[in-house]
Each structure stands twice: as structure tokens, then as C-alpha cells.
Design a protein around this ligand. Sequence first.
Ligand code: G6P
Length: 497
Amino acid sequence: MSQVLVASNRGPVSFSLSDDGGLTMRRGGGGLVSGLAAVTGAPRDPGPPRPAGTEREPSAGGADVLWVCASLGEADRTAARRSPDGRLDLAGYETGGAAVRMLDIPEATFDRAYNGVANSTLWFVHHLLYDTPRNPHFDARARRDWQSYEAYNAAFADALARDAAEGAKAAIQDYHLSLAPRMLRDRRPDLKIVHFSHTPWAPPEYFGLLPDDIGAQILLGILGADHAGFLTERWASAFLDCCELLPGARVDHVARTVSCSGHTTRVGVHGLGVDGTALRQRAAEQDVVERARALREQVGDRRLIVRIDRTELSKNIVRGLAAYRELLVNHPEWRGRVVHLAFAYPSRYDLPEYREYTAAVRRMAEQISDEFGTADWEPLILQVNDDYPRSLAAYGLADVLLVNPIRDGMNLVAKEGPVLSRHGCALVLSREAGAAAELSEDALMVNPYDVSQTAEALRQALLMPRARRAERCARLADAATALPPQRWFADQLAALD
Ligand code: G6P
């Protein structure tokens, strides 16, 4: 059986530690994990225990899968230390064929690599999030963080190099691991390596904010792979444009290849959609049905505008709420007739920017509630917590789905919503989301910075005749399910042959 290694920062499982020292395993969070879990057979939501000793089924097209990930916190580190060589015993969990190795990376190294470089620097660069008069500020501390990022990438490359069978394929994920492909090639030239970016890629003038040597190392790191995958043409072209600036690199925009130091990397576009059947099955479960009933009771027969995000700066939640406010100001006929459900999963609270942003979202929500709320009408329901079944229930009830990121690699909310919508929802979509490349014909497209345009799109969406909405929503759902995760992953592996 062929071997496939998957490497990502966040793995398919994570642990919590009880007072008596016991460990409880649950499914890891985040879109990347959902997409990959669908193809590797890692625990689904929620991984129900199954009898110990049950045979594992092969997954990922009959391959033997080993998923290497970081320990995210003390409980994960304890689990990694207690397992022989970090290889977790997943007996009793529905894991398909995936085995998991959690790396016990020292806490300070992890913190600097994940918070300092990956999330405060690379995420900010690719999503154009910097407030440039003040940031970025690359000083001695940034250099120290960069060294930790190198060490963190080297820990992955070491583990992959040690565990890979001769000629195995390694699928390295995202901006946390941009140096790992080259490090792995240096250690194991026999392997076939693909790197996949789940984020947008910055245009060269913005990528150029990075110190020159760091920018070059990021590009050279990814160019260590045989194949570099992106979610859309736009992000793939931006990567090629950045490679143009690399001394000694030859970029062919037509063939989409980059040659550098005798090695050629092909650049490919692999759109990621949703598995419609699995999503509908999950949404039919009792916990989702109960939440849908409770939500309907709470909002009555009013129209629903729904948004679902992480509390993430790039998701543009504050401007989205401002647009809803503008709708209520300019079109008072909608007061009392519509409710906005804004559900957000807490995210990256170690970073002050994320805590401040969440506070700004809450302030804006309070302002709207104070300004328009009446004894019998709550104009906005904002909830900041992690409740997946409630999100699925909200998709089902939505009349309008608002997805207005400043910039987004793909955005799976824009795809999940139309698939689960019961009566056909209208989609208001940012032109800066990767999903726009596939959904723009049937969505109402907006410039994410234009609050007034977004308010008007919300109004148009509310006014759209039901039949028209249902027609467009059906086409959106078809487009959303055209590239399920299984195909997305299989295409990348096939590109290595
Ligand atoms: C994005 C990234 C993923 C990441 C997820 C959640 O989708 O592309 O790599 O896992 O955000 O972010 P977190 O920092 O919580 O892992």
C-alpha cells in the first residue's frame, strides 16, 4: 500500500486534561481539518468511540495515511509525551485509516512560530491586514520569532523524514509550514512533496513588506515542493509574481512552473468545495434539528440574515454589521421584519489584535441593539462561542447569507450555506473571497470596504422573489459541491505522479 503523509499545524484530534490527569480526545477544529478529515478518514464531528481493536479501514484512495501535527497546548503535549514516540493510540475512535503523530514542540518555540510568525506576520501579509503606519515592525524580536519558525518547520521535516517510506508522498499544509517542503527535500530527496496554501497569496508589492531574506526563504521553502497548490488562479498567479523577484528563479507563467537551483516546481489550482452528502447528513441529526426549532421560536416568522465566521480580522464582521445598521437606518420598513444572526467562533485570542477586534464586534452589535431594539424585536443576535450544530441550523433557516471578507483563500461558509438552505437563500458575497471565482454569477457581489453597497445588496437580497432566490441558490449549491474535499486531495496527489 502506498503511503501518504499529511502535515499541518492543527491536527485531526486535540485533547483536554481532567483534574485527575485523564485525557479526553476530541476532533480538532478549523476548516482545514474538516477538509482533510473528509479524505483521510480522521475523526469526524464528533468522533464517536468504537470498540477497541476494530480494524481500521484504508483511506485516501487505499493509501496508508500518517498525519503529523503540532501539540496545541498542555493537554496535547501531555498526550504526545505519554504516547510511544508521539504516535497516538487512536483505538476506539472512528479514524478510518489515519494514524496521528503529535509533535511535542517546546512551548516557547511553538508560541513564537504560531503566534509571532504564522498568525501575526504571514497571515497578515497574505490577507493585507497591516495598519502600515504602525505595523509591521521587523526588529530583533521578530528575528527571534523567525528562528523559532525555522525550528518549528525543522521539527516537522525531521518527523516526516523519519516516518516516510521510500518514495512516499507528503502533503504539507499552509503558511505555518512554508519552510518544511525544502527542509524535507534536503533530508529525503526520494519523496514526492506537495505544499498547499489555504490562504490567499499576497501581491508582490505587499509581500515585499517582509524583510528580503525572510521573503526569499518563504518562497524557496515552498519551491522545495514538487507541486505548490493554491485555491484559485488569482492566488497562484500572485505566487508566481512574487517568485519573479527571487534572484535566480525562472518563472513560466503559461506552464505555471518555477525553476530554481536545478529543481522545478509546478504550480496548480485546486478549488475546494464541500461534501454535500456528508454535510446534509450531519445537518439532519437531532442536535441541529433542535437548535433550528429553538432559533425559529426566538425569531418568529421574520426574515433572517445570517453570517458565520471565526472572530477573525479578515472576515470583516464590523463592516458587515455596519451595513446591516445602514439598511435599518435608510429603510425603516425593514425594522421589526428582519433579524440578523451573527455567530462567531472565538479564534486566536492569544493575539491582542483578535481580542480587540472581538470587542469592536461586540460594541457594534450593542450599538445596533440599543438603537433599534424594541420590546418585541431583537434586531441582532450576536453569539461568540463554538456551536457547530447551531451554525448548521442557521444555514438551514437563512433567507440571506452574508459573507464579506476583506480577503479569504476560499471561504467555505459561502458554500455550506446554499447547500443547507431549506428554502433557498440569497448570497451576498465579497469579491475578495476565493469562492467568488466559482460563485459570482449567482451571488450578489460586493466590495468588502463599501458598507453602503453591502447594505444595498442586503436589501436586494431581501427583496429577491422567492422563486428566483431558490433557483440561484440551487445553482450555488451545485457549484459548491462540484469539488468535494476527496477530489481536491486526490488531484494534488495525482499532480505528483
Ligand atoms: C485558516 C487556516 C488554517 C487554520 C484555520 C483556523 O483556515 O488556513 O490553517 O487551521 O484558519 O485557525 P487556527 O489558528 O485556529 O488553527
